[in-house]
Design a protein around this ligand. Structure first.
Ligand code: SAM
Length: 336
């Protein structure tokens, strides 16, 4: 079991298959991209699968493939199939920008993918092109529909709201998700941007998102306990919140990592595309698994490195504390 000194047990692993991405979201990376890893620096599929298998043997129950953009990884369906063959079989999910998803959704389901999250920050084509620096909204929407058709329902939609850009679109995004049967989750912008321009005063908070939705006529009510899930869930009602008879017409999630942190419940670990284990998105240290793996370390030796790293997991991300320093790696280089 992967237990840290605060008693938290890690059961969820996020694997960044590649740091490459097909979009250039303004709040994530610069127009020219980042200093990409070389092919040799990135783990091979065999290395990803060997490490994943070790994590599963240590108690990991769910694996999310992410990036960068995981659909850019040339052998993604094959990786999914190999992970689905692990025993005990982990639950497998994917976080993607959806750009080429319409071509891959069916193959991924056939390979064993269980769940999917697609990032859609706007439904306006011109705004999408501006925000992502690529004119790909039609492909993304086709990808979302293809995922639902392939049986990945309910498709989860991730949206980051940015002041002066798409904040006004929160009600429209929610309306679209409710109509189509998708599960929308708004994510607070975190200090993991390449430009280091994030500011607490400028970021859109969960409170503000709820106020914007309320202002547009939506009533929401907290839905049960959050448990280990990063998103706080809300029922969207068909009448005012105060009306006891209002019934639920859908769900909404808000991932408020900054203003409503859930570090005490965190059960996550992250493996970067170059084989570094991170026990927190905001960790300032990493544990190198690629070096020992390539030097011929046994499974037992690698397991010991993992167990020791998890034991030292920091208590919380510390955003807002005086000593907080943004990590070197950006969200896309860690694996969001
Ligand atoms: N390319 C895939 C995608 O777009 O979903 C996977 C990687 S991307 C880094 C994962 C998620 O992180 C996306 O929903 C993206 O909007 C979000 N993201 C990127 N930078 C972020 C930041 N600084 N704070 C919060 N979310 C961020």
């Amino acid at each position: 079991m992967l237990r840290d000194r605060f008693g938290r047990v890690a059961t969820d692993l996020r694997i960044s298959l590649t740091d490459l991405c097909s979009l250039r979201c303004t709040y994530c990376m610069p127009a020219e991209g980042l200093a990409w890893l070389t092919k040799t620096q990135r783990l091979s599929d065999d290395e990803f699968v060997r490490l994943a298998s070790l994590f599963v043997s240590l108690g990991v129950e769910s694996i999310r493939l992410t990036g960068g953009e995981p659909l850019v990884h040339p052998t993604l369906p094959d990786v999914v199939a190999r992970l689905a063959a692990l025993q005990p079989r982990p639950e497998l999910s994917l976080t993607t920008n959806g750009v080429t998803l319409d071509r891959f959704a069916r193959k991924l389901v056939d390979a064993g993918l269980d769940r999917i999250n697609v990032s859609v920050d706007t439904l306006d084509r011109a705004r999408f092109a501006e925000l992502t620096r690529r004119d790909r909204l039609p492909s993304v929407l086709a990808g979302v529909a293809a995922a639902a058709d392939a049986g990945l329902a309910p498709v989860k939609i991730n949206s980051v709201l940015v002041r002066g850009s798409n904040l006004d679109e929160a009600p429209e995004l929610l309306g679209w998700a409710l109509r189509e049967g998708y599960h929308l989750r708004f994510i607070e912008h975190m200090p993991l941007d390449a430009d280091h321009t994030w500011s607490r005063d400028e970021m859109v908070t969960a409170d503000e998102i709820l106020a914007v939705l309320e202002g547009a006529g939506y009533a929401v009510r907290p839905h049960g306990q959050r448990m280990h899930a990063p998103a706080e869930e809300f029922d969207v009602l068909d009448g005012p919140q105060r009306d006891a008879w209002a019934t639920t017409v859908g769900r909404l999630g808000i991932i408020a990592s900054v203003t409503r942190p859930f570090c005490r419940e965190c059960d996550r670990l992250r493996l970067t595309a170059d084989g570094q284990l991170r026990t927190c998105l905001f960790a300032r240290t990493e544990t190198d698994l690629r070096g020992p793996l390539r030097a011929g370390a046994s499974d037992a030796a690698l397991a010991e490195l993992i167990v020791d790293a998890v034991a030292e997991k920091q208590s919380g991300h510390g955003i807002g504390s005086a000593g907080f320093v943004q990590p070197e790696r950006t969200m896309s280089a860690i694996g969001g």
